[in-house]
Design a protein around this ligand. Sequence first.
Ligand code: 6XA
Ligand code: ZN
Length: 343
Amino acid sequence: METIYTEKHKLRDAKTELCGGELVEPFERPSRAEYVLDRVRETDLGPVSDPDDFGMDPILAIHDTEFVAFLKTAPARWKEAGFNGEAIPTTWVGRRMSHIRPNHVEGQLGYYALAGETSLTEGTWEAAYASAQVALTGAARIRAGAGAVFSLCRPPGHHATADMYGGYCFFNNAAISAQHFLDQGAKRVAILDVDFHHGNGTQDIFYDRSDVFFISLHGDPLETFPYHLGHAEETGSGAGTGFNLNFPMPPDTPFDVWQAALHKGLARIAEYKPDVLIISLGVDTFETDPISFFKLKSDDFLTMGADIASAGLPTHFIMEGGYDVDEIGVNAVNVLQGFERAN
Ligand SMILES: NCCCCCC(=O)NO
Ligand SMILES: [Zn+2]
């Protein structure tokens, strides 16, 4: 399987994350992608290629122009405003408050952020742009006939909506890939999100549409991030009713319970008959992930890959989360190897 990767992910190198009332070293750090790349090479998974550049249009097909411009200018504006630390929001649009966008960068941070752990820094926008190009290049490989491809995206994307960032996400790589497939002639795209956290951004982007079927297996939002979306009763709206499927699961969920949900999701995907399957591949379902609470073991990721292969679809793997950095490489590549061996 070919991997698409760029060194430009290193431009996202925040020094602080707000966690537990402290500024800590970010869990979403450059070494994550390097460990996965090392494992890709160790296992001879396949060639590693630089991304092509598809420009801004595919990003703007998903994200609002003003939001994209905000992400680009916010770090410099934050410094100009006299703040010393990294740009982190401190205010939000609370209940029954105005949705008029403030002028001041501090107000705009809360207007566009869905969470406060993710700082904005110089280089973030460029890294997010490059990550989207990694996803688009993977989509192009599938369109050109590849049965599967791995877009080693960093920063991740599945929490980003058309106009909000957070959860370490800025541009929604999976949504950008899905829209690109549709713009290039696909009729139906399924996105299966196996990251521990609910892909609230991906859900929100396609919620009222039937040409993208979004399925997510994740920690119950009653108990974990993103908290405010991802419940089982969220099944889509309007034309999208029935094309959104959430499987929230409790703390300490073991693989056999998780896998039963996966099989239900794959059965619905089979009924939907998509032209392509996109996998939002987070491996923070791992038993020792520092910010999650499922109990998957490394070998379970081999089985996960084999189960995904059973769908028999062109498959675009897009890297999302996973923070047990020592094991992220084995776990992510186990999914890809399990997929390959089953094909
Ligand atoms: N307390 C912030 C948790 C952010 C989760 C990011 C992630 O892994 N999403 O998939
Ligand atoms: Zn996650």
